[in-house]
Design a protein around this ligand. Structure first.
Ligand code: ADP
Ligand code: MG
Length: 252
């Protein structure tokens, strides 16, 4: 079964068409890596999946449900904001910048979603947050504030915070691009563990090593279209299209 199904999605900003008919299937437990030049539409694609952006045409399903709509017979009804919130809870997103709450400790950051959105008890939220911080290797940093943590540690807290909502799929938008080089691997290690645990993931990244080892499928997107896709090793070692070759030549 597809956990995420993107079908013929088009998205424009004014006269600029950013996604020109993108289709992609992510099976349950699949890890799809998306690469491509700056401005090619990668972030927009992720933002369409959790409906931070509305699409102009096409369809997106997550966990069998059409995103942003309720199906009633063959009619579609736009979801109310509260219904959309319910759908979004299934979709975790991690950004290049970590966006932690600066006035809260790591533990409080991870507890916040379950407390306010899921109405979890303080004790249950704290217990789960402790387990998640342990999972991302930060059990000993639970009571530190973001400013007391390195960029890599902050990003791992951000991943734990997303996981606290028990998402069905995790979207990563260049999660290591803002980090100093020596901090990249600790974040990729957490993502590898997550992939190995069976999480469905879409990862926009320039880390080709991660794509090769942890990815099941690699998508090269350029100028709003998927130019080439396939098993990561194949695409990386034998790109078929000139545009893919040119791009990989720059980043590898
Ligand atoms: P990528 O993540 O691959 O670098 P983006 O999806 O961020 O690319 O952007 C694709 C194109 O859409 C770029 O030309 C960008 O300037 C444009 N764009 C992105 N967001 C907006 C917006 N909110 N309004 C207008 N143009 C946008
Ligand atoms: Mg981007």
């Amino acid at each position: 079964m597809s956990m995420v199904r993107i079908q013929s999605v088009r998205k424009r900003y004014g006269t600029l068409e950013v996604l020109k008919g993108v289709s992609l299937d992510v099976p349950e437990g699949g890890v799809v890596c998306v690469v491509g030049p700056s401005g090619s539409g990668k972030s927009t694609l992720l933002r369409c999946v959790n409906r931070l952006e509305t699409i102009d045409s096409g369809r997106i399903w997550v966990d069998g449900r059409l995103i942003g709509f309720r199906e009633h017979g063959d009619r579609l009804h736009l979801l109310r904001p509260d219904e959309l919130c319910g759908q979004r809870q299934k979709i975790g997103m991690v950004f290049q910048r970590f966006h932690l709450f600066p006035h809260m400790t790591a533990l409080q950051n991870v507890m916040e979603g379950p407390r306010t959105v899921l109405r979890a008890s303080r004790a249950a939220a704290a217990e789960q947050a402790g387990e998640l911080l342990e999972r991302v290797g930060l059990a000993d940093r639970a009571h530190h504030y973001p400013a007391q943590l390195s960029g890599g540690q902050q990003q791992r807290v951000a991943i734990a915070r997303s996981l606290a909502m028990n998402p069905k799929v995790m979207l990563f938008d260049e999660p290591t691009s803002a980090l100093d080089p020596e901090l990249v691997q600790e974040v990729l290690a957490v993502m590898r563990d997550l992939a190995a645990s069976g999480m469905t993931m879409i990862v926009v990244t320039h880390e080709m090593g991660f794509a090769r080892e942890a990815g099941d499928h690699l998508v090269f997107i350029d100028d709003g279209v998927i130019v080439e896709e396939g098993p990561p090793r194949e695409v990386l070692s034998r790109p078929r299209h000139e545009r893919t070759r040119a791009f990989l030549g720059q980043v590898l």
